[in-house]
Structures are given as C-alpha cells and as structure tokens.
Write a protein that binds this ligand. Structure first.
Ligand code: GLN
Length: 205
C-alpha cells in the first residue's frame, strides 16, 4: 500500500470523534506520512479505510447504532481480515467479549466481541471521579504517557492471545490482541501523539 492513499476511519456514530480525527492528523504529520482521516457512519465508509478507531462515548448507545447500521458485523469482518482497530474507553467496551457493570452485573449490551477480554464498565466511578495519571507503556518508549480516565473500564480477565500493555495500580488499562488495540483511557485528549503513531505504524505494515 502506498502511503499517499492511506486512509484511517473514526467510527462516527456518537462520542469523541473530532478529537481522534485531530490526533490522527497530528500523528500522520509527526511520522511524515500522507494520509486522510474519514468519519465512518456507514458500510460504504468502512470500505474506504485501512484502519479504524472506535472512540469513547457511550457504549450502550454506540452498540445499538452499530447493530441498526449493519456496522456490527461489517467491523467484525474488517478486523478479522487483520485490519488494525483501536478502541478507546467505550471503544474498549465495544471490543470486549463480555461486559460487566457493578450495578447490573453482566450487561446484555451489543458488542463486537473481537477481543478475548472481560471488562468492567465505569470501573473507576462516575464522570465526577475522572482523573489523570502518568502511565508506563513500554511499547511507546521511556517517557510516561498521560492517561485521561473518564468513566473508564478496566480489563478484568483476558485470554492467552491478549497482551496487557499497560497497568494502573495493578489493574489492566490497555491491551493488544494481534491487530487490535484497546485502552481504558483517552489518548485523544492529550497532546501526545505516540499511541496514534503506534497505531498508524500497524496500518502501514
Ligand atoms: N462508561 C462509558 C461506557 O461504558 C465509557 C465512557 C467514555 O468513553 N468516556 O461506554
């Protein structure tokens, strides 16, 4: 694939879309790559891209919209063809095989079930309990990465094929399963492009 036609999509059904678009553009710039970032709202858009970002927002709402738009099964196919996918916060919830919530227990919300992980939604509490914490992510180098946590999930359990790539106080907050990456936190709300760069490098491979 030549770099000039590299196209990244941000799932644009709901949530923090524009922030991921800006961050991906900055990451292109910093890697000196040419590329475009598109909003993915339907099946046609999905066909135009080589890598997909699933943003934060509200996973219950996004899951329902994924179902009604037909994107749920189309994104599964997309990822199963080894195309890179990055999910942040709600995006992580949507990638999970199983989702728990402290209040309701196992949720019945529709998810992509692409990652062999069980997550607990809102594991750090409510909006008002949002926080930032410097994280160690070896994949991204020595310098700490600012983790922004807003009603974020944690990974409670994971299959052998899933690699934890970041911990916060012993809890798993980022994982990788082959071509799929997920973070509990919001890298698009920082000024650090390293995670998006890492993702773009996966797409260029
Ligand atoms: N708690 C939300 C959910 O489960 C995620 C919040 C977020 O993406 N900032 O979808």
């Amino acid at each position: 694939m030549s770099n000039s036609n590299m196209r990244i999509g941000v799932l644009a059904l709901q949530g923090a879309i524009e922030e991921h678009v800006s961050m991906t553009k900055l990451a292109f710039k910093s890697l000196k790559l040419e590329g475009e970032v598109l909003w993915v709202k339907n099946l046609e858009h999905l066909e135009e891209i080589q890598g997909l970002i699933i943003p934060g927002g509200e996973s219950t709402v996004m899951g329902r919209l994924l179902e009604t738009s037909g994107l749920l099964s189309a994104i599964k196919k997309f990822a199963n063809e080894s195309k890179p996918v990055l999910g942040t916060c709600s995006g992580m919830v949507l990638l999970a095989k199983e989702v728990y919530d402290r209040v309701v227990g196992k949720t019945s919300q529709p998810t992509l079930k692409l990652m062999d992980i069980t997550v607990e939604r809102n594991a750090f509490g409510r909006q008002g309990e949002s926080f930032e914490e410097d994280l160690e992510i070896q994949l991204l180098g020595e310098k700490k990465f600012k983790g922004v946590f807003i009603r974020s999930p944690v990974v409670q359990s994971l299959g052998d094929n899933v690699k934890p790539i970041c911990y916060l106080n012993g809890r798993i907050v980022a994982v990788q399963q082959q071509n799929i990456l997920a973070t509990s936190f919001h890298p698009e709300l920082t000024d650090d492009t390293r995670l998006h760069e890492f993702f773009l490098k996966k797409v260029t491979k």
